[in-house]
Design a protein around this ligand. Structure first.
Ligand code: DP6
Length: 354
C-alpha cells in the first residue's frame, strides 16, 4: 500500500494490490455488516501487477460526494460506499485532530476517482483491491489511523485482506457489531521469498453471478455448506502452519482442496453456480499431471468467482511450469473478441511483495 498527499488541494492518491484467497470466504452471517461464516486466508500479490489506484479529493467547492470508476461516473448511493464513507467520517469526528487542515476536510464533500489495471468483476478480486484502496485513501485524507481493515470489510469482505502484504488472515470475530472481524498479517511477504504466483486469464468478461449474490444463494440453499463451515477452522490452522514452516506441498494441497470445495458448494447451490469453464478444468488437470510426473506437489491452482486461475509455485519451478502452460494454452490474441476462449492470456510472473 502506498499513498501521497498534496496539502494544497487536499487530495490523496493510493494504490492497493489484489489478494487471492487460499482459504476461501464464501458466505455471510450478517449481510449489512459483512460478517463471514468462516475465517479466510489469502496471499497479497505484487503491488505493481494487479492493482487498484484511487484518488480522493475534498474541497469546499464540491457540492456533493461523487465517484468515477474506470473513467465512468457511478452512483455513490450504494449502501456499501455509504457505509464506508459514514464510518470514516464518524472515526474522523471522534479523533478530531486539532490539525485545522484535517478538521476542515470533515465538513467537505469528496470526489473519488478509481481505476483497475486489470478486468473488473471477472473474478480477479477487483472489489478487494478497490475498497482497500478507497478506505486507505479516505483514511489518509480524513486523518483516520489505526485498524481500518474492518472498514474495508464493510465495502467488500475480501477487501480487508488487501490492506496487508504477505499472508493475511481475516478473523471471523465474535462481537455482534463486527468490530473484531478484521484482517491480521500472518507472515510478511519477505517470509517466503521463493513463492511465486501466475495469473492465467481465461476470460476477461464480467462474471454472470456476482460473489455477493452467489454466496447468499449458497448459504440459503446448499446442504454441503454446513459441512464445509465445520472444516474451515482446521484447514486454516493447517495452512497457517504450512506457511510458517514454508512447507509448500501442504500449502499447495490445502489451497487446491479449498478451491475445489468452493466450487463444489457452488454446484450444490440451487440453482447451481458455475464459475469454472472447460478451460479452467483443463488447467486443473494440467496442474495435477505436473504434480504426478514430478512425484511431489510442485504447483497449486485456485479459482475464485470466475474462470481465471491463480497458480502458486516456487521460483525454481517457474520456467518448467510456464513452458508447459504455454505449450498447452498458447496465448490468445484478443480476449474480448472471443466468447469461447480456448487459449490463455498469460500474465507475467507475479513476484509477491507488499
Ligand atoms: C470467491 O469479497 O467479493 O473471491 O463481501 O459480498 O463483496 P462481498 O464478496 P467478495 O467475495 C470474494 C469471494 C472469493 C473468495 C475470497 O476472496 O475469499
Amino acid at each position: 500500500m502506498s499513498g501521497k498527499s498534496n496539502p494544497n488541494v487536499r487530495c490523496v492518491t493510493c494504490t492497493a494490490p489484489v489478494n487471492i484467497a487460499v482459504i476461501k470466504y464464501w458466505g455471510k452471517t450478517d449481510e449489512t455488516r459483512i460478517l463471514p461464516t468462516n475465517p479466510s486466508l489469502s496471499v497479497t500479490l505484487g503491488q505493481d501487477e494487479l492493482r487498484a489506484k484511487t484518488s480522493v479529493a475534498a474541497s469546499s467547492s464540491f457540492t456533493e460526494d461523487r465517484l468515477w470508476l474506470n473513467g465512468i461516473e457511478q452512483s455513490i448511493s450504494s449502501p456499501r460506499i455509504q457505509n464506508v464513507l459514514k464510518e470514516i467520517r464518524r472515526r474522523a469526528h471522534k479523533r478530531k485532530s486539532g490539525d485545522s487542515k484535517n478538521d476542515v476536510v470533515l465538513t467537505q464533500h469528496v470526489h473519488i476517482v478509481s481505476e483497475n489495471n486489470f478486468p473488473t468483476a471477472a473474478g480477479l478480486a477487483s472489489s478487494a483491491a478497490g475498497y482497500a484502496c478507497l478506505v486507505f485513501a479516505l483514511g489518509k485524507l480524513f486523518g483516520v489511523h489505526g485498524e481500518i481493515s474492518d472498514i474495508a470489510r464493510q465495502g467488500s469482505g475480501s477487501a480487508c485482506r488487501s490492506l496487508y502484504g504477505g499472508y493475511v488472515l481475516w478473523k471471523m470475530g465474535s462481537k455482534e457489531d463486527g468490530s473484531d472481524s478484521h484482517a491480521v498479517q500472518v507472515q510478511p511477504e519477505t517470509h517466503w521469498p521463493q513463492m511465486r504466483s501466475l495469473i492465467l486469464v481465461v476470460s476477461d468478461q464480467k462474471k454472470h453471478v456476482g460473489s455477493t449474490e452467489g454466496m447468499q444463494t449458497t448459504v440459503q440453499t446448499s446442504d454441503l455448506m454446513e459441512k464445509r463451515i465445520k472444516l474451515v477452522d482446521k484447514r486454516t490452522a493447517e495452512i497457517t502452519k504450512a506457511i510458517n514452516e514454508r512447507d509448500f506441498p501442504t500449502f499447495a494441497k490445502i489451497t487446491m482442496q479449498e478451491s475445489n470445495q468452493l466450487h463444489a458448494v457452488c454446484l450444490d447451490t440451487y440453482p447451481p453456480i458455475f464459475y469454472m469453464t472447460d478451460t479452467s478444468r483443463l488447467i486443473v488437470r494440467l496442474v495435477h499431471a505436473i504434480n504426478d510426473i514430478s512425484g511431489k506437489v510442485k504447483v497449486a491452482y485456485t479459482f475464485d468467482a470466475g474462470p481465471n486461475a491463480c497458480l502458486y509455485l516456487l521460483e525454481e519451478d517457474v520456467p518448467r511450469v510456464l513452458s508447459l502452460v504455454r505449450h498447452f494454452f498458447p496465448p490468445s490474441k484478443d480476449m474480448k473478441d472471443s466468447s469461447f476462449v480456448t487459449g490463455l492470456k498469460l500474465d507475467e510472473i507475479k513476484p509477491l511483495s507488499g
